[in-house]
Design a protein around this ligand. Structure first.
Ligand code: GAP
Length: 590
């Protein structure tokens, strides 16, 4: 990882934000090559998710939205991490990320200074096995000294053995405060008065704007469910412990799709049955009888194919299917697509089946209907008998009761009755009634990826070190960034063989000028040709062309107007006509 971080700085992929002022933790800037890389990644995602499809449209919403959105989404109340502070240094930790430790805990009831002043705050220190008790007492003395005692004598010392505790600072053993929820949303004030009533949030995810604009998009884009709305944009989270370079940042970009589908009951009415997923299911073309499970699997397959298309194949990806007890109460399924980062296999993207939770929440909080009218569903229910309708209502009641029982168990309230309240029963009856008339709040499948995390995965995957023999026969260790040509920041290096031959330079400039409108090119005439190749290898440029004396026709007409095209990964070289270069390269990079 250190090598990647160092290359990112040296070659202008990623810099620490505000570096000249000592940096700011959790914020990163992209340099010239990084900006191009990110732009390419953004473009590949946008193309795969909307331009190449007829059933997904785009959105570009504001970062600051009405604060009620974040109340409805649950972010104001629950978007938090547990946080603990070191009682000695005040350093803040994410409680669930503290390394578990074992050893002897030294506890004091207080301390007395040599001037007789006392402090009755209790304090403990964890002493790892093999360390002398004096080192724990030293930390204790420091704690009471910080509280204003001079030469404190520790009082009421007791000891106890602990195992795998997250209650102590791993750096000095000092006691941490009890975990407290820390809301991760950055806030600001809109307008000049800056009172609490003007408080607004920087969005912690791009998804909510999609839900909030669902009705406008649906009305204007002439799309019918199933269809999706996607968005790329900045998101902000005041992460307690930003870490692993750009992996967990405080400002980052997300690429999210909300794909709206019919509830399974509507599919059942229209198609007779809902397609059941199996390992051998054909996910290549969406079918009318797909319910949430097939759509969820379909998006996992689509996203996997997307990653393969930019060089992240099955060998570097993994999947984590959340267990039932880990799922949010409204979620039907959630899978994390993981990438094998140098620091471990970690989440790159989450794909969740979120039911109708989000739109229903906005319907409830805004008072504005988020229902969709589906004529096919209305027509399918029209011939249903009263008995059939009652049977569906009863089935929904039974499902809701089972879900409630599961939720109570998860919340540790197993002994509470899971019987539905009259309000819950009425809500189900109303929902069914709306469905019989063709109205429903769409359900949603959400593939949600991080652009900066993807850039880091692409950089890590591309990083290779190779021993290369230079023109003098000397072996040197070189870095080659093996980006997939589709995402490489620069696609083509253009070099005149010699800088001091005006005819070569003029021809090389001509080639460069004619190609740069079509693909990202880099012109370089300085240094030996081997050095120029090495520089482009380090930048990850997949192709280089050299304009030499053959190009000028000095070795016969046959080679006139041809160049040497060199491939980055195997160093293979071939002669290609200048007029054929574009036709050869464009299919490889698009
Ligand atoms: N709307 C769903 C959502 O936001 P999430 O799992 O919190 O889900 C989705 O975030 C993706 O956003 C993650 O898989 C990751 O790629 C990216 N992401 C989340 N927090 C991030 C952070 N602090 N720094 C960089 N990327 C982050």
């Amino acid at each position: 990882m250190e090598k990647i971080v160092s290359l990112c700085k040296r070659r202008g992929f990623i810099f620490q934000s505000s570096e000249i002022y000592g940096g700011i933790n959790g914020f990163w800037d992209y340099g010239p090559l990084g900006a191009e890389l990110k732009r390419n990644l953004r473009d590949t995602w946008w193309r795969a998710m909307t331009r190449d499809r007829e059933d997904v449209v785009g959105l570009d919403a504001t970062i600051i939205m009405h604060p009620a959105i974040w109340k409805a989404s649950g972010h104001v109340d629950t978007f938090s991490d547990p946080m603990s502070d070191c009682l000695l240094t005040k350093k803040r930790f994410r409680s669930d990320h503290v390394e578990p430790q074992s050893g002897i805990v030294y506890k004091w009831t207080g301390a007395k200074g040599d001037d007789g002043k006392e402090n009755a705050d209790s304090f403990s220190v964890l002493l790892p096995a093999g360390k002398p008790p004096e080192s724990a007492r030293k930390v204790g003395v420091q704690f009471y000294t910080n509280r204003g005692l001079t030469n404190p004598a520790l009082l009421g010392e007791t000891t106890a053995k602990v195992e795998n505790s997250r209650a102590f600072n791993p750096e000095n053993g000092a006691q941490l405060t009890e975990p407290k929820p820390f809301n991760l949303m950055f806030h600001t004030f809109v307008g000049a008065t800056a009172t609490d009533a003007d408080k607004a949030y920087l969005r912690p995810e791009t998804a909510q704007a999609i839900f909030a604009q669902f009705k406008n998009v649906e009305a204007s884009a002439r799309q019918q469910v199933p269809f999706g709305i996607c968005q790329i944009g900045k998101a902000f989270r005041n992460e307690v412990t930003p870490r692993n370079f750009t992996f967990r940042s405080r400002e980052f970009e997300q690429m999210e799709l909300e794909f709206f589908i019919k509830p399974d009951e509507a599919i059942e009415a229209v198609c007779g049955t809902v397609a059941a997923w199996s390992e051998t299911a054909d996910l290549s073309v969406p079918q009318d009888n797909w319910g949430w499970e097939m759509w969820h699997r379909y998006w996992v397959a689509q996203r996997t194919a997307y990653y393969a298309g930019i060089g992240l194949g099955a060998d570097v990806l993994d999947y984590y299917w959340q267990k039932e007890e880990e799922l949010a109460h409204y979620a039907q399924a959630c899978v994390d697509i993981l990438f094998k980062f140098p620091f471990g296999t970690e989440e790159l993207e989450g794909i969740a089946a979120r039911g109708d939770f989000d739109l229903s929440q906005h319907q409830k909080h805004s008072g504005k209907s988020q229902e969709y009218f589906d004529d096919a569903v209305k027509k399918a229910f029209a011939p249903w008998t009263a008995e059939q309708r009652v049977a569906l209502v009863e089935r929904k009641n039974a499902e809701a009761k089972a879900q409630k029982a599961k939720r109570l168990e998860k919340e540790g309230k197993k002994d509470q009755p899971s019987d539905l309240t009259p309000e819950e029963i009425a809500a189900i009856a109303a929902w069914c009634d709306r469905l019989f008339n063709g109205f429903y709040v769409p359900h949603v499948i959400e593939p949600s990826a991080g652009l900066d995390r993807l850039a880091l995965a692409i950089l890590s995957n591309a990083y290779h070190e190779e021993n290369k023999v230079d023109v003098n026969g000397k072996t040197e260790l070189r870095t080659v960034m093996k980006f997939h040509p589709r995402v490489a920041p620069v696609k083509l290096g253009v070099f005149p063989l010699l800088k001091n031959k005006p005819e070569l330079v003029a021809k090389a400039r001509e080639v460069y000028e004619s190609l740069k409108r079509h693909l990202a090119c880099f012109y370089d005439e300085t240094g030996a040709i081997g050095r120029r190749y090495a520089r482009q290898d380090e930048a990850g440029t997949p192709f280089c062309v050299t304009i030499d004396f053959e190009t000028l026709g000095e070795k016969g007409d046959e080679l006139k107007d041809t160049v040497t095209l060199r491939q980055r990964d195997d160093g293979a070289q071939e002669r290609v006509k200048i007029s054929e270069l574009l036709g050869k390269l464009l299919p490889l990079i698009s």
